[in-house]
Every structure is written in structure tokens, then in C-alpha cells.
Ligand binder design. Structure first.
Ligand code: ADP
Ligand code: MG
Length: 250
């Protein structure tokens, strides 16, 4: 609906890495509470988009614009983007020895303007960890150190649920997870979608994470260009016939 608030508006975005152009002019508008799915073959530039939007300095925006809640996103530092309500869940979450999961999330929340007492923080974290079927003892462990692949992804979703971002970009949050872990992660995303009215850009290869989620738009990225946009039914077309159907027309 056109009267919903625009959260992210990207126009003609070109992004390069090490002087090589990866995204060749991308347009994307995400409105309040919408869920967008981004699919595409390996190397298409999906993670590049996530990194460029989050402000990773390795990814150089050479042309185009990106507005987030009306502000020029490209002028903002990464921490300012996070404080404004943008969240990126990494494809490969890093291990941070010496910083507990609890301290990491609390300082991220403080940086985003939410200050909870330790008691209230632990209460809220325990509630969300129950959704994610995570042992609350993990709060006192160093971030991602010795976590399994599934636990790392759950820790990312926990951060999202605690931070209440306006737009969350999930980069292959479901990849490498067993069936049960995908279901649990999906339940966490559903909690964000339904109870926090969060907007989502879900980058994925699999549709299992989408089964219990409402999808508004699906986009196909091939070779740094959006080659198709549709509703949730586009996902079935991709599953049936792959990405080649979109590249043939080029
Ligand atoms: P996708 O996430 O769709 O699989 P990526 O955005 O990771 O694709 O990568 C798109 C292209 O950009 C690839 O050719 C990849 O090698 C290159 N690329 C992405 N990130 C980097 C980086 N940090 N350093 C060098 N090349 C990169
Ligand atoms: Mg990727």
C-alpha cells in the first residue's frame, strides 16, 4: 500500500569492492512492516547489498542513493545506521573472545538508545531465548566462541529480538542449519514480524525459513542486477525452474 511509511528507499545503487563493480544500479523500496525476500545464485551480490546498506567500508557505493526513514543512509556511520534502526545478521557471525553475549547485546542496546537494568535485561533475554530454544546460560559465554553454527545464528536472531530494529536484513540466517534449528530460527523471525511489526529483507537460498512467515515481495538478483520482482509465488517459480529462466532474457 502506497500510504505505508517508507523505511528504505534505494535508487540506482552501484557498489564496488576493490574497484570492481558488483551491484550495477539497484532499486528497492521497503515499507513499514513489509517482508522482502532476496534470492539469487552465489556471487550475485546479495551479501554485497547487505554490507553496503550497513556501511561496511570495504563496499564502496559509487553511484545512487539510499534513504532510511527519510535520512541519507550513505552519509551515516555504521553505528548511526544501527542506532537509526537498521540491523544486519551476518552470513558468517564472528567470534568475539572476551565479550559475553550478554554484554554485547546490552552495549548494542545502549548504543541504540535502550537502557535496561540488568534484571530487566536478563528477564527479557530469557523470554526471547525461550522462543529460540537457547539455554540462558549462553548469555554469560563469550560471543559465538565455541557456539555451533545453529547457536551462532540463534544468537543473531536474539540480538534482533532484543534490539527491535525497524528493518532487519537477514543474510542466509538459515543456511547450514538442521531442520529443527531452521524451525526455531523461523519462530524467532516470526516473533519479530508479528509482535514487533518489523520490516525484513531476507536473503536466502532455501524456502524452509519462509514457511511460517508472511512474504510481501520476492526479488531475484543475478549478476548484480535485480532481474525479477514479484509476490511470494515467485519463490515457487524459482524452486521449480531455478534462476536460469531469468538470465535467459538478458
Ligand atoms: P552473494 O552473497 O550473492 O553470494 P556476494 O555479494 O558475496 O554474493 O559477492 C558478489 C561478488 O563480489 C563476488 O564475485 C565476490 O567475490 C565479490 N565480493 C564480495 N565481497 C567481497 C570482498 N569482501 N572482497 C572481495 N570480493 C568480494
Ligand atoms: Mg552471500
Amino acid at each position: 500500500m502506497a500510504d505505508k511509511k517508507e523505511i528504505l528507499s534505494v535508487q540506482g545503487l552501484k557498489v564496488g569492492v576493490d574497484g570492481k563493480e558488483i551491484l550495477h544500479g539497484l532499486d528497492l523500496v521497503i515499507r513499514e512492516g513489509e517482508t522482502h525476500v532476496l534470492m539469487g545464485p552465489n556471487g550475485a551480490g546479495k551479501s554485497t547489498l547487505g554490507n553496503a546498506l550497513m556501511g561496511n567500508p570495504k563496499y564502496e557505493v559509487t553511484e545512487g542513493s539510499a534513504a532510511f526513514l527519510g535520512s541519507d543512509l550513505l552519509e551515516m556511520a555504521t553505528n548511526e545506521r544501527a542506532a537509526a534502526g537498521l540491523f544486519l545478521s551476518f552470513q558468517n557471525p564472528i567470534e568475539v573472545p572476551g565479550v559475553t553475549l550478554s554484554n554485547f547485546i546490552r552495549s548494542a542496546m545502549e548504543a541504540c538508545g535502550t537502557k535496561l537494568s540488568l534484571w530487566n535485561f536478563k528477564k527479557e533475554a530469557a523470554r526471547q531465548m525461550e522462543v529460540l530454544q537457547m539455554n540462558p546460560e549462553y548469555l554469560d559465554r563469550d560471543l559465538n566462541v565455541g557456539f555451533s553454527g545453529g547457536e551462532k545464528k540463534k544468537a543473531e536472531i536474539l540480538q534482533m529480538l532484543m534490539l527491535h530494529p525497524t528493518l532487519a536484513i537477514l543474510d542466509e540466517t538459515d543456511s547450514g542449519l538442521d531442520v529443527d534449528a531452521v524451525k526455531t530460527v523461523s519462530t524467532g523471525v516470526e516473533e519479530y514480524q508479528k509482535n514487533q511489526n518489523g520490516a525484513l529483507l531476507i536473503i536466502t537460498h532455501s524456502t524452509r525459513i519462509l514457511e511460517s512467515l508472511h512474504v510481501d515481495y520476492t526479488h531475484v538478483l543475478v549478476g548484480g542486477r535485480l532481474v525479477a520482482t514479484g509476490d511470494a509465488s515467485l519463490i515457487d517459480r524459482i524452486n521449480a525452474d531455478g534462476f536460469e529462466q531469468f538470465t535467459r532474457a538478458e
